[in-house]
Design a protein around this ligand. Structure first.
Ligand SMILES: [Zn+2]
Length: 128
């Protein structure tokens, strides 16, 4: 399963972060999965507990933040959130669009026992 190898790679990255921050036990992992990332949220959710077995992450809860698709149109310069299967501008129908979000698969934050979170990346402000 594609998602299992992705989850395993992510677990390794998180273990490394935990070691470098001296975190011994993790409560919660928040992961962002984009609609265009090619990752199936349900399959990822299923794979995660398997991937964390016998790792530092064992027992951690997975939280998935789904990132919808956002594009900017090169013709009319508006921003819209089209269906991932039909990437076109929802304002003028042009397919000359640039994807601004929806491609990510990333670790968003880790929560651990002393309740301080490490935020690895900001959630999108939509302003940049
Ligand atoms: Zn347009």
């Amino acid at each position: 399963m594609h998602e299992l190898s992705l989850a395993s790679t992510m677990v390794e990255q998180i273990e490394e972060l935990m070691r470098s921050h001296g975190i011994k036990q993790l409560d919660k992992v928040t992961v962002t999965i984009g609609a265009l990332s090619g990752v199936d949220c349900e399959a990822f959710e299923f794979a995660f507990p398997i991937a964390v077995e016998k790792t530092l992450l064992e027992g951690a809860v997975l939280s998935i933040v789904f990132q919808s698709v956002e594009v900017t149109c090169r013709d009319c310069a508006t921003r819209s959130s089209p269906d991932p299967l039909y990437l076109r501008c929802q304002t003028c129908g042009s397919n000359a669009v640039d994807v601004v979000s929806g491609r990510d698969l990333m670790i968003q934050s880790l929560e651990y026992t002393d309740s301080t979170d490490i935020t690895l990346c900001e959630t999108e402000s939509g302003l940049t």
